[in-house]
Design a protein around this ligand. Structure first.
Ligand code: NAD
Ligand code: UDP
Length: 345
């Protein structure tokens, strides 16, 4: 069993992954400044797994805080970190357009500082949260990992830069074991209804908006575009259950720890595309709630269809998604119905 640092472990994907890693017997140190999450999520992670984790609260950009994790300073966690899963980062496209300096600072600068702390401590194993947003407007779908990297907003630029930094580092000295995992559209929730996505303010993404309409927090969903070149005219995405995604992280980590040093780059998606209206219908069925929606104009920067070619993840990790769109909707609704105001309720 390994001692793992989970940056951003209180967030949506991090908290679900922590449950699986604790259940697998790993020892966890979570590092988070809770700017987009709640300590309550970590309490629930402990409750669900029946295990304790260690928390170091701090900002990635503060070397002193990271130093505490890697074993220096008065409140040091004791060091001895075998590997890191780096979820901490900012992810809102619109905010990145308004605040590019912040996005470069946290997503690129914060990643650089983490890598420096890891190198200084002799820890060279990292799983990194990347994104399908790197592919921009894809020329072909399903999208293989070899597709051109052509992000179209500052969030995507910051993820592309962090990916490049990791490639440069891996090339600079042997010994680094790095997985760059490009997520498609993570949605759903832990099947217990105790953990889920809890966006602050108006949700940017479709799924949490949909669940908030269903629970009565918002009056209607706006569907961005009904004239896309897709079967029903609405945008098509590859929705992946967050528990499938969590299992992908565990598999990637186990591979890195078992194999020779390497740089691994994998899409994590289902390979299946669903339109906005298909998702709305599936959600209505799972929740027995009507979801009022209105067709409006396209959102700038959206692609018509984004679907993963996940065959490399199957080949390298033996991993594929196990959960359906119906499972996603059932679990997402269980979370939202039991926690209408998220963790703050
Ligand atoms: P999230 O916002 O729920 O989780 C991120 C966590 O990082 C939060 O707990 C936040 O408080 C923490 N954090 C942010 N900046 C920090 C800093 N400077 N110092 C310390 N902690 C900090 O997001 P998520 O959906 O769980 O995403 C996790 C990662 O996956 C992110 O890097 C994101 O860019 C990436 N990703 C997410 C999606 C998605 O749709 N959710 C898709 C592709 C990639
Ligand atoms: N979408 C929508 N209404 C919303 C949010 C999103 O119709 O309130 C659409 C969006 O145009 C895209 C799909 O839902 O076709 C998924 O968008 P999301 O923001 O969740 O993820 P993205 O793929 O853009 O990262």
């Amino acid at each position: 069993m390994a001692k793992l640092l989970i940056t951003g472990g209180a967030g949506f994907i991090g908290s679900h992954t922590c449950v699986l890693l604790l259940e697998a017997g790993h020892q966890l140190v979570v590092f988070d400044d809770f700017r987009n999450s709640s300590p309550e999520a970590l309490k629930r992670v402990e409750e669900l797994s029946g295990r304790r984790l260690e928390l170091v609260a701090g900002d990635l950009r503060d070397p002193g805080s990271l130093g505490r994790v890697f074993g220096s300073g008065p409140y040091a966690s004791g060091g001895g970190i075998d590997a890191v899963i780096h979820f901490a980062g900012l992810k809102a496209v619109g905010e990145s357009v308004a605040q590019p300096l912040l996005y470069w600072d946290v997503n690129v600068g914060g990643t650089r500082l983490l890598l420096e702390a890891m190198a200084a401590a002799g820890c060279r194993t990292l799983v990194f949260s990347s994104s399908a947003t790197l592919y921009g407007y894809p020329a072909q779908v399903p999208i293989p990992e070899t597709a051109p990297i052509q992000p179209i907003n500052p969030y995507g630029h910051s993820k592309a830069a962090a990916e490049q930094l990791l490639a440069d580092l891996a090339a600079s000295e042997p010994g680094w074991r790095i997985a760059r995992l490009r997520y498609f559209n993570p949605v759903g929730a832990h099947p217990s209804g105790r953990l889920g996505e809890d966006p602050q303010g108006l949700p940017n993404n479709l799924f949490p908006f949909l669940t908030q309409v269903a629970v009565g927090r918002r009056s209607e969903l706006q569907v961005f575009g009904s004239d896309w070149p897709t079967p029903d005219g609405t945008g098509v995405r590859d929705y992946i259950h967050v528990m499938d995604l969590a299992e992908g992280h565990r598999a990637a980590l186990e591979l890195l720890l078992a194999e020779e040093p390497q740089l691994l780059t994998l899409n994590l998606g289902s390979g299946q595309g669903h339109s906005v209206l298909e998702l709305v219908k599936a959600f209505e069925l799972a929740s027995a709630k009507a979801v009022p929606y209105r067709l409006v104009g396209r959102r700038p920067g959206d692609a018509a269809i984004t679907v993963a070619d996940p065959s490399l993840a199957l080949e390298r990790l033996g991993w594929r998604t196990q959960r359906s769109l119906a499972d996603i909707c059932r679990d997402g609704w269980a979370w939202q119905a039991a926690n209408p105001q998220g963790y703050r309720g």
